[in-house]
Design a protein around this ligand. Sequence first.
Ligand code: ADP
Ligand code: MG
Length: 335
Amino acid sequence: AELKNEDLKDMQELGQGNGGSVKKVEHVPSGTIMAKKIVLIDAKPSVRKQILRELQIMHDCSSPYIISFYGAFIADPNICICMEFMDKGSLDGIYKKIGAIDIEVVAMVAWGVLEGLTYLYDVHRIIHRDIKPSNILFNSKGQIKVCDFGVSGELVNSIADTFVGTSTYMSPERIQGAQYTVKSDVWSLGISLIELALGRFPFSDSASDDSDLSDFESTLSPSRPGPLRNLASATKSKSEREKLEKKKKRKSKGVSLQGGGMTMSILELLQHIVNEPAPRLTPEEKFSKEAQDFVDGCLLKNPDLRATPKDLLKHPWIEQARTSAFDLEAWASTF
Ligand code: ADP
Ligand code: MG
């Protein structure tokens, strides 16, 4: 049967992202609990219909590592996407609640995400494009699943914020305007894994918030006409720089991201990703050689040298996770 907005009863707000908001809802006729993502898009009816058509591919995506899809519809002026509800939320929420995540769990997250990425690419030729802790979900059965993958090119185009919102997990080659490949997702996975294991975003060295960053980004992004192609065009935009300066002045704290006593704007961060050595899983004595080697492999700056998700499924650290006796369901019951 068709999914209709009238059949959905709002239960709870789950979170807000760049493109819209997510609510926990009940599909009353069936009693199914779902997550409803409301995406505000400024697009012509024809484009909206195209987006809906593209989203239908999600009906064919069936994997234990991918969020299931119930359906999508237009509820003017929004597009609503209904998906499987994950009762423990996303991994960013989890580490912000309980602190740095046990490396054994992080290994299982890496394994789950690699399985999800490999499924999407091998079966559907889909590249995720937005791997980050908030798009990795967890439930009380101990399952790890990825969501918000780029099935709809039109949807990606219609959300102008996409670039800025996710730029911090973006690989050096993407920042420089190269084509997106599955290896760009591997970079984003590497950054995400360090973030989970350390309990903080790797490009900042305080355990404190990067909420400043998202605040900053949301002010910055509406001025963008669409996804930026490279850093050169980012640095060129004068109005962008002026906005940035204004924002800096307004905030007593100064800038969005702090690291090593130094503050970084979003453009400086992008430059940093391109020009500086990649972050690592440190301190050395705290993490196994396999874990460090895995993360180093994800964060090779040259995409030609970086492995694909499928290659990485054979990595010793993932082999360990596969055979680990760690009980994720029991772990889920601790928070
Ligand atoms: P972002 O991923 O950038 O945080 P989203 O709009 O995609 O923004 O999601 C907002 C929040 O809603 C996420 O951070 C996540 O915690 C929560 N969320 C999204 N999808 C689900 C889901 N299927 N089940 C439970 N929580 C979800
Ligand atoms: Mg998301």
